[in-house]
Design a protein around this ligand. Structure first.
Ligand code: ADP
Ligand code: GN1
Ligand code: MG
Length: 366
């Protein structure tokens, strides 16, 4: 993706049908994939989110935006039926002046804009367990809301996104190619992944044997993809809908545990500071099952524990693959950041393996 110049930013902001003349534009948020900006109205009374979609990652932005419009339109109806506020409780796409859901700039970049959901907090780390419980309830509710969504109409925005065996194959390819000559320095990490190859198949095997159902899931359930109301502390809006696709409850549950059930940053360089937190696991499990649990069989509940371990292993493999390939996928702000991210995931996997029986016991309680 090309660098974003001031001129391109202005061109993009001018393309959208914002209801105010626009003023200052600045970078925003801590996502790893898209380029996110805040566009202020010139009178500073209002702001909007404007994003350049990462088209290296999302190869078909037209289909991606069809998904986003379809999903948000569906959620909007459900929110209205419950007497909620659809401008706060789901994303709202602001069209271009020509009425399109995205804009292609003169440099080939693809942009979209959303209403900025105000008076919310977006957490980068679990600060207290109540918030984590809230996030769990919110993702569980999101799964319920999409239970009746016509899954067949969704485009697969990233093919085999959480297909862990395919992620494993990509990892082996990166090791074999060793494009940056880095493989020799990460022999322990490579061995760690290789010794868990068989585990990568557990969830896809459960699905192919029809032991667990395919649902419409979010697939990127990091803490910072939920906005929490500043005052009521309720989970208000699930954002980052780019990967809403058919998937497993275990993917959504697992990715939240990966990111939130610990006391460290995702890229913590000191592995002594990384600990899987079984108590936070229980907090999240209780919250998630309080909203999503009613339709789950015992087997699907057990799959959530595998989801925690496999989403963490998979994400670690993806970070390590990207490190081996030269950091072209996840945005980095320092060298070896993807290696630190990978190591953190692997430390968490070890913690989860040690606590696996306890996690299973906890899941059965709710
Ligand atoms: P990425 O795919 O790169 O993670 P996101 O869509 O998650 O991009 O956006 C990045 C960040 O921008 C979010 O973590 C959140 O802080 C903020 N954000 C995104 N959309 C909104 C919105 N509609 N209102 C307020 N903040 C938002
Ligand atoms: C990316 O876009 P963001 O930052 O919410 C990635 C997720 C990873 C996550 C790791 C489309 O999420 O799959 O789990 O980084 N999103 C995509 O932090 O690849
Ligand atoms: Mg995000």
């Amino acid at each position: 993706m090309n660098a974003i110049t001031e001129n391109i930013l202005r061109e993009a902001a001018d393309a959208f049908a914002f209801d105010r003349t626009t003023g200052e534009i600045s970078r925003y948020g801590e996502g790893h994939i898209n380029d996110t900006f805040v566009v202020w109205a010139s009178d500073k009374c209002k702001r909007y989110i404007m994003q350049r979609i990462n088209t290296d990652t999302f190869k078909n932005p037209k289909e991606l935006m069809e998904n986003v419009c379809h999903v948000t339109g569906f959620l909007r109806k459900a929110i209205l039926e419950k007497g909620g506020d659809p401008e706060r409780e789901t994303l709202n796409v602001i069209p271009t002046k020509e009425g399109k859901p995205f804009y292609t700039d003169s440099d080939g970049g693809t942009w979209r804009a959303y209403i900025f959901v105000e008076d919310t907090v977006c957490l980068q780390k679990v600060e207290n367990e109540n918030d984590f419980y809230t996030v769990a309830e919110t993702f569980g509710t999101f799964q319920n809301q999409l239970a009746a969504f016509p899954a067949a109409t969704l485009h697969e925005t990233i093919v085999k996104f959480h297909d862990t065996p395919t992620r494993y194959q990509n990892f082996e390819k990166a090791v074999a190619e060793d494009a940056m000559g880095r493989a020799k320095d990460v022999a322990d990490e490579i061995a760690f992944v290789r010794s868990r190859e068989a585990d990568c198949h557990v969830l896809v095997d459960m699905l192919s044997k029809n032991e667990i159902p395919l649902r419409v899931t979010h697939n990127d359930t990091k803490l910072n993809n939920v906005l929490i109301d500043k005052t009521s502390k309720k989970g208000i809006c699930v954002i980052d809908l780019d990967t809403v696709m058919p998937g497993l409850a275990a993917y959504d549950f697992g990715d939240s545990i990966r990111f939130g059930a610990n006391d460290c940053a995702e890229d913590e360089p000191d592995q002594n500071k990384v600990h899987f937190d079984l108590h936070l696991f229980e907090v999240f499990a209780k919250g998630f099952l309080s909203t999503a649990g009613a339709t789950m069989s015992e087997q699907e509940k057990s799959s959530l524990v595998w989801g925690a371990k496999l989403m963490t292993l998979e994400c670690g493999m993806r970070f390590l693959t990207d490190y081996l390939e030269g950091d072209h996928y996840f945005r980095i702000s320092r060298p070896a950041q993807n290696l630190d991210r990978a190591r953190t995931q692997f430390t968490l996997v070890k913690g989860m393996e040690a606590a696996f029986a306890d996690m299973m016991r906890i899941i059965q309680k709710y």
